[in-house]
Ligand binder design. Structure first.
Ligand code: ARG
Length: 576
């Protein structure tokens, strides 16, 4: 990518100056090359002279001058139209237009692969996401995890990593003791099989209501979970059924979302490994017994202790997570494990990662918690069934319904099948984009007007830009595979330059676990495209040459929008 080429040139120039003893030796760890805020400062700029100056106690401006004249004499300097220095020591690069034209040609020839790379070759990344809890409705929080997690998964895959997606189902724990008690005591299996999540949730709620006046029920719940952990056959069978019931429902949602997670490995999967992990922690003196329970306490109490076994001998969420880490490290030898889980578990994940480090399961930097914020409703206009639990399926269905109305308004010539498909693409795309366009840590308010806003930063806005571009290409009647040509107008140049940033944006988004960076970029691109589209004729361009050049630009734009939306898990319909 262009940025890396500039970095290489800077590095070469520095090395040469050092060899000639014009510059002293110093460590060039990471050369920063950025896009300046102001266009007048060039396409790229670096602060390296300031950093060298600070190290060498030399005037930064002087170093900037030295470096920039060296840069101009380098082989690759034809990249630059000009190189300028600016106070207090910046070097600004103005790139030749041909660089961007070459990049456009690359987009056109590499197509769907443009922006991908193999930087991740030979490295495995585990992305754990979605992870809903059995016998409970799939909530909007799990929606966030599913959507953001899938986008992060796709980003890493695009960069050549081996990626393993894991759905860490919440299918174990004391709550199952309560649930199983409730099923045994009050459940009607036929009714449950018909509408499992609803019936199971009802039973679970009833358990909590009744246990208020009958506290002994809590004890019953614990007893049943103990039976489950000890492998009681009948209890296991009931548990297994509820997992199946729930998965059936969850799979319907994944299908609607077009999400496929490589592996479904719930908490229960690790049950046989729990004893060993606890023993290992005790043997290594990482865990201690405390009032009958077993806890891991941290050096200098930097974090509160983490309990890994209750006093009744049963295990916890944390025990299963430690076993999970151990298993994943042995099985996949991951370079990184990424957890897409709500921010309410921030402290927990800090404890978990540090405990893992203490246990010798890698360093805590090998783990990352993508802690997503809350999603709330605006004005309560979303239909909800019970209290604050928003049923995700309702949201998705409503999105498709609303999108269908938009498609109808925009395009009355669609047949029924087309309409349904487009409504699904727009509706699901809109919900996904809304989630992805904010930084994951942001608390967001779900607002239908914003989600489906055709004029703002939304999924449909991007899809519509794509549709517009594609329709111009179709109308041109020309075959694909244009070649970049002579473009001069500022509206053209702006969008041409933006296109070449796509690979950088992909890399940054993955590094920061932030699909929102990709969203912002795509939005800016679509806006620039619309400005270009509205101010300059494409099919009616003055010359045939110019028309082809503009068409090549449109094709490049469509390709980048498509590649970007693909990574975000959003489809690009041809019509809408
Ligand atoms: N099932 C959990 C929940 O809904 C999320 C699981 C997160 N992953 C983990 N390894 N702890 O809260």
């Amino acid at each position: 990518m262009i940025r890396d080429e500039i970095k290489k040139l800077i590095e070469k120039s520095i090395k040469k100056l050092q060899k000639e003893r014009v510059l002293l030796k110093f460590n060039i760890s990471e050369i920063e090359v950025k896009h300046p805020e102001e266009k007048a400062h060039g396409d790229y700029a670096t602060n390296i002279a300031l950093r060298i100056g600070k190290d060498a106690k030399k005037e930064a401006m002087e170093i900037a001058e030295l470096l920039s004249s060296e840069l101009k004499s380098q082989d690759g300097s034809k990249l630059f139209e000009k190189v300028e220095t600016a106070k207090p020591g910046f070097i600004n690069f103005f790139l030749s237009k041909s660089v961007f034209e070459d990049e456009l040609n690359k987009i056109l020839t590499q197509g769907d692969n443009y922006g991908s790379s193999n930087v991740g070759h030979g490295k495995t990344v585990i992305v754990e996401y979605s992870s809903p809890n059995i016998a409970k409705p799939f909530s909007i929080g799990h929606l966030r995890s599913t959507i953001i997690g899938q986008a992060i998964y796709n980003l890493y895959k695009f960069l050549g990593y081996k990626v393993v997606g894991i759905n860490h189902l919440g299918d174990w724990g004391t709550q199952f003791g309560k649930l199983i008690y409730a099923i045994e005591a009050w459940g009607d299996k036929e009714k449950i099989a018909k509408d499992p999540i609803k019936e199971l949730t009802k039973l679970y709620v009833r358990f909590h209501e009744e246990s208020e006046s009958k506290p002994e029920l809590e004890e019953e719940g614990r007893k049943w979970f103990k039976k489950l952990e000890e492998g009681n056959k009948e209890v296991r069978a009931t548990w297994k059924k509820s997992v199946e019931w729930s998965l059936k429902e969850f799979n319907r949602i994944y299908e609607l979302l077009g999400v496929k997670i490589d592996l479904v490995l719930g908490e229960s999967f690790y049950q046989p490994m729990l004893k060993d992990v606890i023993k290992e922690a005790l043997d290594n003196k990482i865990a201690i017994k405390s009032r009958g329970a077993i806890i891991i306490s941290f050096p200098k109490d930097i974090l509160p202790p983490l309990m890994i076994q209750k006093s009744d001998g049963t295990t916890l969420y944390s025990t299963r997570d430690l076993a999970t880490i151990k298993y994943r490290r042995e099985k996949f030898r991951p370079f990184k494990i990424i957890y897409e889980v709500g921010a309410d578990q921030t402290l927990y994940f800090k404890q978990l990662f540090l405990a893992s480090e203490l246990l010798g399961f890698g360093r805590k930097e090998d783990y990352f918690h993508v802690a997503h914020g809350l999603m709330r409703l605006s004005g309560g206009r979303m239909r909800t069934r019970k209290g604050d639990i928003i049923l995700l399926e309702d949201v998705l269905k409503e999105a498709i319904e609303r999108a269908g109305r938009i498609a109808e308004d925009k395009n009355q010539g669609l047949n029924k099948n087309e309409k349904e498909e487009i409504a699904k693409a727009i509706g699901i795309g809109a919900v996904k984009y809304n989630d992805l366009s904010y930084h994951y840590s942001t608390d967001i308010v779900f607002d239908w007007d914003k989600v489906l806003n055709l004029k703002g930063n939304s999924g449909p806005y991007l899809q519509y830009a794509y549709v517009r571009g594609r329709s111009v290409l179709r109308k041109s009647g020309l075959k694909k595979n244009f070649k970049a040509g002579e473009l001069k107008e500022k509206e053209e140049i702006q969008v041409l330059k933006l296109l070449s940033q796509f690979p950088e944006v992909i890399e940054r988004s993955a590094k920061d676990y932030s699909p929102s960076l990709l969203c912002n970029f795509l939005f800016e691109l679509a806006q620039s495209f619309n400005t270009f589209y509205e101010s300059l004729p494409i099919l009616e361009a003055e010359t045939d040459e110019l028309k082809k050049a503009r068409l090549s630009l449109v094709e490049g734009i469509c390709q980048i929008i498509k590649n970007g939306l693909n990574i975000l898990g959003i489809s690009t319909p041809e019509k809408m």
